[in-house]
Design a protein around this ligand. Structure first.
Ligand SMILES: [Zn+2]
Length: 177
């Protein structure tokens, strides 16, 4: 597991935001680079992402830390979502950024797109990044955004927005099948 302080990524990739990210943590698995600011936030997120019995059987026994638990759960949801969509893009990898509440999601969305929304989460196509409200996170919300990430990585030519959304909704609906 590769773990570095986000400040490093901040300096290299996002100079404008590096000061905001000074205290955040970053860790990666096969499919996801996870960014979060506090252990408590991470614990709440881990508890909110409840896997159905069929998927929780795939959890490795040796997930000791909360980080490992979140990464393992996310990887399991990714593989289930790929099966639901029947899309297995090569080199699938995205960033997952945990934000405390929907208010923070709105704030980030406004900064990026100058548009007021009341989303619980969103997927940024240009950044290949899922932003999700920890308070509102659950299996279906996360599966929806992972659906967007898979569709984004699968097609060379981006499908129309409505089709993208439809496939994310399909993933969300069938993630527990
Ligand atoms: Zn969507």
């Amino acid at each position: 597991m590769n773990k570095i302080l986000c400040i490093l990524a901040g300096i290299i990739l996002l100079p404008a935001f590096s000061s905001q990210q000074a205290s955040c943590e970053q860790t990666s698995s096969r499919y996801v680079t996870l960014q979060y600011t506090g252990k408590e936030e991470l614990r709440t997120f881990a508890d909110n992402i409840e896997l159905p019995a069929s998927l929780s059987q795939q959890m490795r026994k040796n997930t000791v830390t909360t980080e490992e638990e979140v990464l393992a759960k996310t990887d399991i949801i990714v593989e289930k979502a790929e099966t639901v969509l029947d899309m297995f893009p090569a080199n699938l990898h995205f960033t997952l950024i945990l934000l405390p509440s929907a208010k923070d999601i709105s704030k980030v969305f406004f900064q990026k797109y100058s548009k007021n929304v009341d989303y619980l989460s969103f997927y940024s196509l240009s950044e290949k990044t899922i932003y999700i409200s920890v308070k509102d996170a659950n299996l279906h919300v996360l599966a929806h955004e992972i659906g967007h990430a898979i569709v984004d990585h699968f097609f060379n030519v981006r499908p129309p927005y409505n089709i993208h959304e439809l496939m994310a909704q399909f993933t969300e609906k069938h993630i527990t099948d």
